[in-house]
Design a protein around this ligand. Sequence first.
Ligand code: BES
Ligand code: MN
Ligand code: ZN
Length: 502
Amino acid sequence: MEVRAEFKKFYDVEADALVVTIYEGEKAEEGALRELDERSGGLLQELIGSDEMRGKQGDTVYVHKPGNIRASRLLLVGGGKREDFSVDRVRKMTGSAARFLRSKGVRSMALLRRSQLEVSASAQAAVEGVLTGLFEPDFYKTEDKEERRISELILVAANPGSENELSQGVERGRIIADAINLSRELSNEPSSTLTPTEFAERARETATRFGLDIDVLDEARMKDLGMGALLGVARGSDEPAKLIVLGYTPDGAEPMGNAGELLAIVGKGITFDSGGISLKPADGMEKMKYDMSGAATTLAAMRAIAQLKPAVNVIGVMPTSENMPSGRAYKPGDVLRAMSGKTIEVINTDAEGRLILADAIAYARKLGATRMIDLATLTGAVSVALGTINVAIMGNDQAFIDELRAAAREVGERFWQLPMDDEYRDLIKSDIADIKNSAGRYAGTITAAWFLREFAEGIKWAHLDIAGTAWENERKSYMAKGPTGVGVRTLINYVCNHAGRA
Ligand code: BES
Ligand code: MN
Ligand code: ZN
């Protein structure tokens, strides 16, 4: 999509549709609304205050040939209370507007800037909203496919003085939206297409194109490193596991952060989770192709980081594997030896995510990570607790958790912290090994986090359980249903914030 800014009067903008926000309680008495009212023969006076357009969020009025303006259609959207207006609202409103206009066959849409929000931040949010709003998961449809395209987005502003900020916002918005959509695209791929080998291939293409370092460990190298937990999970599958490592080094810095700080992002990459010998029920199993969303989000965030170039060393570590039952599969009762040396009693082969992450976390530490964020579709229990609304966050350093929560809040993602009292740790004690991989249903999200914490000991670590939030079952006005790309925005924001302070 072409995105451009035009510094002219809104009525001089040529587009299929012009989008104008109306705030609650506004009258068409001054400024742009008054001009628009005059040019449309009193249309606004008529509409505003009617039940159809009170300026509330979700209010929408669509008009053809709205009078003496160049755009051939006008879309009025309710912006809610002016004092509550935010970049988050810009993102959702522009997403909804884009989806609505596309359904009407519009090809070029113009957005009139009316808010007092910072120019670059609101331009960024608008571009993010439109580009993520238009994403459709219908890649494999040959019928009833959404073929309509919006190919032009025009940001209309009165003041050319803000040109630089505006184009910075547009650029950033595009990078972030493309990353989110990349994560969604990968999560949406069938597992037979996106195998661990194919995932590694796509990571390699990304690395080559965006200038990241890459290393892909095959099973032989994992064996040499003693990664018994990851290899245990992989054993039941005919698809070989891959441990993918991407590295970003800022210009002029030592690779992979010698001496200084090295942030590791670690993402669970189970390309299909059948449950293994502890087989999952058939109902809903098709969704288990998205059990690699943590890795997808890691790859996507690394790509954006390569483009945005913050001054901090970052590695992305993605353990990828299938979890399958077979005559060679690992079994309940088995004991696995992780790379760290810890032994793990397998109670349930469906608690596989924490096993592959245990070795990935150990490997990230071996590479010198001083700080780590892992993301994983780890537990069904997190959906019971928080639904699709909040990501569960836990960790071993409250200041770090708080920084991540703040980073999430700034970009409209919702994180909710769960407690990690020591008593929960007792639930994963094993009678025969150092630790067991499942403690059953009670506090499932927390005991899973405690398992990971055992492997992250000694460095700052935070864990995001995205099992509930990485997939949305309901279509929203601003977003298709399916994979959400949750976490991408927060990771990028956190890394850029963190670099800013470094
Ligand atoms: N990948 C699942 C978690 C999951 C469930 C993700 C639903 C997305 C939607 C994970 O590997 C798993 O199976 N967890 C088990 C753990 C249990 C056996 C301790 C679970 O949550 O049931
Ligand atoms: Mn599982
Ligand atoms: Zn899983």
